[in-house]
Design a binder for this molecule. Structure first.
Ligand code: 9MR
Length: 583
């Protein structure tokens, strides 16, 4: 244990102007020296050998004009032992900006070095004395503080690491999540810099970590410090050892003083046996633009893994007259995708919208409608077997009222039209993943619940459904990683895949820098949710350039919803997606 009773002396100098030479008139008389005091001096953070001491310096000043104060920490006069050092005798400047009542406080942090001693430790008291610019002591400027050395800062005290798990990555790079907990009695906030200084794999040594120092700031809650969850990147080198679970250790250090925090060691396991994938990145594309705009075709062909025909596989495009199929445009997109090594997300086999007049205006019996539906699905899904890897078998089955949406299908066949459509799709293409796709199911609410009930019912009946598409037409702040993750997890718990299928984030136009930054944050939330959900297969944006988007026509005053602007320049949202996009 240590005992330190010390005194810090701060010499304070004041000036009304920021320039030291321009002393204010009020400085001429001791009576007009602004009242300065120090309150609540406390150690705010630090380690065994270096602390920061906070000095809340309060100025009570009648003037509305700003006042500059210069101060110096004088060599300490420790009354018990001399284990504090001032920084370097430097002059510091504080700017006070009096508020309406003329009173302001500025909290300054002073770094002190704590020299080792062998005296028993207890709470240590020190005081800070301020003096006026001429060196005379201002008696009001005295503060008393306590260093609680009983709460050791350094080895033996600090952080514990637990709960490590892989949250994302592919075979060459992973992110590992770990939880750092802090247990000590200390001031309300404690900052700790850490770097990953050691990592050892017991199975094979193919893991490396970034060692850049990072800062953790712990805040005290009612039951101690709130643990902090952190994610670090590790790169995994190829090796020829047989892969098994690999155990590694993370040791935190405090690079500011080089002290190793020995207790801050955690063990984690990399489950190499489980292939970890990046989400497939996709975009909706339209054939007219793809065929006419070479910039559009260039980005579409190079940057995405999967493309969704925005309109070309809808019923009005593929079967405009009963039994007469027109596949020129959908074929052209499939050819484009194949030439660019891309998969196709088929959209959509059964929907209430974009149906041809013969279908919506016809008076068909239930059994005729079932034949029409299954014939169509058979024809289209068979044609694109092998190219289409995911089908939106049914699009938007739930209405905004959270009931089964009225449509030619639900009204003409009944609620079992979904089961019929999925069975027909599986029969036509046994390998494509079969999805139901909808919007406004990205957050809790009656519609999300109705979708879950619908899908859970299909699963329980053995209907061949593989996944749920979350369209995610949203605006900044609306869709959060948490809300999306909560909805994802309901379906992944059923053994289904999930995907973001039509992402765009509309903002008022013309877009401001602030709204584009908020937009990027929402894109990030979607990426975070998809990365965190092991069964989120991909993220598709509805278009990719603001030059071609459905938003302005449907939401007047809004637009700029996509990652590339109208001239194909990347926007902040692009840089969120970039790590996952193809090159
Ligand atoms: O982007 C599509 C637009 O070009 C069409 O005019 C519109 C017709 O309804 O459909 C748009 O795509 C929709 C998609 O098929 C289903 N989810 C909502 C999309 C935006 O309306």
């Amino acid at each position: 244990m240590y005992r330190r009773l010390v005194t810090l002396t701060a010499i304070l100098m004041t000036a009304a102007a920021t320039s030291w030479s321009a002393l204010p008139a009020e400085r001429a008389s001791a009576d007009t020296i602004p009242a300065i005091s120090i309150g609540d001096v406390a150690v705010s953070e630090g380690t065994e050998t270096a602390r920061k001491v906070s000095l809340p310096i309060v100025l009570s000043h009648p003037s509305a004009s700003p006042v500059s104060v210069q101060y110096r920490i004088a060599p300490e006069t420790a009354s018990a032992d001399t284990d504090f050092d001032d920084r370097d005798g430097r002059l510091f400047t504080i700017q006070f900006n009096p508020n309406a009542s003329g009173v302001t406080a500025v909290v300054k942090y002073v770094s002190v070095t704590v020299l080792p001693d062998s005296i028993d430790e207890s709470d240590e008291t020190f005081h800070v004395t301020l003096s006026d610019p001429l060196g005379a002591t201002v008696n009001r400027g005295v503060g008393v503080g306590t260093i609680r050395d009983d709460d050791p800062i350094g080895p033996g005290f600090l952080a514990t690491v637990s709960d490590q798990s892989i949250v994302e990555g592919d075979l060459a790079s992973r992110s590992v999540k770990f939880l750092v907990s802090l247990s000590q009695r200390a001031p309300a906030t404690v900052s700790l810099y850490y770097s990953i200084v050691a990592l050892s794999a017991t199975a094979n040594s193919d893991v490396a970590v970034t060692t850049m120092p990072r800062r953790l700031t712990f805040t005290r809650g009612s039951s101690g410090f709130t643990p902090i969850s952190k994610t670090i990147s590790v790169s995994v080198k190829a090796d020829d050892l047989s892969e098994g679970n690999e155990t590694f250790a993370i040791v935190l250090s405090n690079p500011s003083v080089g002290v190793l925090l020995a207790d801050a060691t955690g063990i984690g396991t990399i489950v190499d046996d489980e292939p970890i994938r990046r989400p497939l990145m996709g975009a909706a594309v339209t054939w007219p633009t793809l065929s006419l705009d070479s910039s559009y075709a260039d980005v579409a062909g190079r940057r995405f893994d999967i493309v969704t025909p925005e309109n070309e596989m809808k019923w009005d495009a593929t079967e405009p007259s009963r039994g007469v199929y027109t596949f020129a445009r959908s074929d052209a997109i499939v050819k484009f995708a194949t030439e660019h090594g891309q998969a196709v997300h088929g959209h959509a086999l059964a929907w209430h919208s974009q149906n041809p007049a013969w279908l919506t205006n016809g008076s068909f019996t239930r059994s005729e409608l079932i034949s029409i539906l299954t014939d169509h699905i058979d024809t289209v899904a068979t044609r694109y077997r092998g190219a289409v890897t995911v089908w939106d078998v049914v699009n938007e089955p739930i209405g905004d009222d959270a009931l089964l949406r009225p449509s030619v299908w639900s009204q003409g066949i009944g609620s079992d039209y979904l089961d019929i459509a999925f069975h027909a799709a599986r029969a036509a293409d046994p390998t494509a993943k079969l999805y139901v796709n909808d919007y406004n199911i990205e957050y809790a609410g009656p519609k999300a619940d109705a979708m879950y009930t619908l899908v859970a019912g299909m699963v329980s009946r053995g209907v061949p459904i593989d996944g749920v598409g979350f369209q995610t037409h949203t605006f900044p702040g609306w869709t959060t990683a948490e809300s999306l993750g909560t909805q994802f997890s309901r379906y992944t718990a059923l053994g289904l895949d999930v995907a973001v299928t039509e992402l765009d984030v509309r903002v008022p136009v013309p877009a401001s820098a602030a709204s584009l930054s908020a937009q990027a944050a929402t894109y990030q939330s979607v990426v975070d949710a998809c990365i965190a959900a092991i069964r989120c297969t991909g993220i598709t944006t509805w278009g990719f350039t603001d030059a071609h988007s459905w938003i302005p026509a449907v939401f007047p005053g809004f637009g700029a919803a996509l990652p590339w602007d109208a001239t194909y320049q990347p926007k902040p949202a692009y840089f969120v997606l970039e790590p996952y996009l193809r090159n």
